[in-house]
Design a protein around this ligand. Structure first.
Ligand SMILES: Cc1cc2nc3c(=O)[nH]c(=O)nc-3n(C[C@H](O)[C@H](O)[C@H](O)COP(=O)(O)OP(=O)(O)OC[C@H]3O[C@@H](n4cnc5c(N)ncnc54)[C@H](O)[C@@H]3O)c2cc1C
Length: 444
């Protein structure tokens, strides 16, 4: 009898479950492991803002999932439906758009989160987001395009709007992206676009809370805000963006910022597949799990990462949606899967106390809390780089990132404008494929 384990999502949760479940069932021919993801690579998000500023290359922080599949099958496909009753997952293959079904005995759900625009269609239409590699490359192209345009206009008001960049969101993603873009724009104007003039640069970070980086607490949040202000960023706290157009952003205090670039990093939402899952949900839409990370009333289904609501047993508060938490949850998921399948180990409850948190604010500046101690400035920046480099999967990627960082300290930034990534349709091939078409499952 073969036991089928199906992992949904190739991010921090999914890939870490994949890596350790393969080790647990090494060379066990009775176990069939499969993983499905709409991206054929794992993305190391903590360094994504550095791709948006051109500091590192997109492929520096992506690892093809197939490279991690030692004894697992990979499906490059979009998941459209999970049927918990029939134990079937419906997928649409990326290369030909055909719909298939995968069955399972044990399911792991780690589909992460989507961007939340809070139903504001104008903001959704006119903003960039920072979630995928394509998003980061698009932001980089946009910034360089704005620099080229501003260098060639004599209309001073238009030049100011071209050189105004607004990031909405005071969390890690928003703050790091602001820090990176600020560095890129200021360095580039100084070195390559003297006709623009630094006085025309305007960087705005809009955050709804009283201080930025609320995860680090008020003291460090305020220090981070002051660092950014010193670096030339207008940090607007207790403020929300309520509307946007091609050339403006409107704030809830009535102020309108003429601005050609808006980056939205202000909220997360749940994937529609998770919303449609027939199980118990938290009001945020996240999947409710028990202390063993099993989906309530579905003991053969486990969920982790951003798509699950996991409460800290010590505080009763949900664990924040971080890569760190997803990685730790993955080892509990693997232990509990192994326990359920073999009966050789006991079920383990999930509990984790973070040793620290940190974020970069630009070149040689970062802010961190390690074992409760606040650390700021270049020391924190060095700790950030050392820690995140060590966590990056695969030696070749560590080497690539270290080389890019070294180049940034020695040379000036690359300002190549790649332009839009065009959607080129691939020749469709009707290959013989292992997975039976979905109709086969519903014949009778
Ligand atoms: C810019 C940025 C910076 C960040 N910085 C940090 C940081 O410094 N430290 C930190 O701890 N956290 C950071 N985070 C948060 C961290 O990335 C997430 O908490 C973490 O990725 C969650 O892991 P996950 O496995 O739940 O989801 P993800 O890592 O997002 O993985 C979800 C996976 O599911 C796939 N998927 C989703 N929907 C479908 C579908 N319908 N069909 C097929 N596949 C699908 C995706 O392609 C992806 O592979 C950052 C996030 C961003 C965006």
């Amino acid at each position: 009898m073969t036991t089928k384990i199906l992992i949904l999502g190739g991010g921090f949760g999914g890939v870490n479950v994949l890596k350790s479940i393969q080790n647990k069932f090494k060379n066990d021919s009775n176990i069939r492991i499969s993983i499905v993801s709409q991206d054929n690579y794992f993305l190391y998000t903590p360094m994504l803002p550095q791709v948006s500023s051109g500091l590192i290359h997109p492929s520096d922080i992506t690892v093809p999932i197939r490279k991690l599949c030692k004894q697992a099958e990979f499906y490059h496909a979009e998941i459209s439906f999970i049927d918990l009753k029939q134990k079937l997952v419906t997928i649409t293959r990326t290369f030909d758009g055909k719909v298939h079904a995968l069955d399972y005995d044990y399911l792991v759900i780690a589909l992460g989160s989507n961007t939340n625009f809070f139903h504001n269609k104008n903001i959704e239409k006119h903003s960039f987001v920072i979630k995928t590699v394509e998003d980061a490359v698009s932001i980089n192209s946009q910034v360089i395009n704005m620099l080229e345009s501003a260098a060639q206009t004599s209309d001073e008001d238009f030049k100011k709007a071209l050189m105004t960049f607004t990031v909405v969101g005071g969390g890690f993603a928003g703050v790091e992206t602001m820090g990176e873009i600020n560095q890129l724009v200021r360095d580039s104007v100084k070195n390559f676009y003297p006709s623009i003039g630094t006085e025309n640069i305007s960087m705005n970070l809009v955050a709804s809370k009283e201080f930025i980086l609320s995860e680090l607490g008020p003291k460090l949040g305020k220090i981070a805000g002051n660092y950014l202000r010193k670096a030339g960023v207008n940090v607007l706290t207790k403020t929300k963006a309520v509307d946007a157009g091609e050339d403006f952003v409107k704030l809830d205090n009535g102020k309108v910022i003429p601005c050609m670039t808006l980056i939205w990093a202000a909220g997360t939402d749940i994937d529609p597949v998770i919303y449609n899952l027939e199980c118990q949900h938290h009001q945020s839409g996240k999947i409710m799990v028990d202390e063993y990370l099993r989906v309530l009333e579905n003991e053969n289904v486990l969920a982790l990462g951003d798509n699950a609501l996991i409460k800290n047993p010590l505080t009763g508060e949900p664990y924040p949606a971080t890569a760190q938490n997803s990685i730790h949850q993955s080892s509990t998921v693997v232990n509990n899967l192994y326990s359920a399948i073999t009966g050789k180990t006991k079920l383990k409850k999930f509990s984790f106390k973070s040793k620290g948190m940190m974020t970069t604010l630009g070149r040689k500046i970062a802010i961190a809390v390690m074992f409760g101690l606040p650390i700021t400035g270049p020391v924190a920046w060095l700790i950030w780089r050392t820690y995140y480099l060590s966590q990056l999967p695969m030696f070749e990627k560590k080497f690539q990132v270290a080389t890019s960082w070294m180049a940034d300290l020695l040379f000036k930034r690359d300002l190549t404008f790649i332009g839009l990534i065009k959607n080129k349709s691939l020749t469709k091939v009707d290959m013989k494929y292992d997975t039976p078409p979905i109709e086969d499952f519903f014949k009778d």
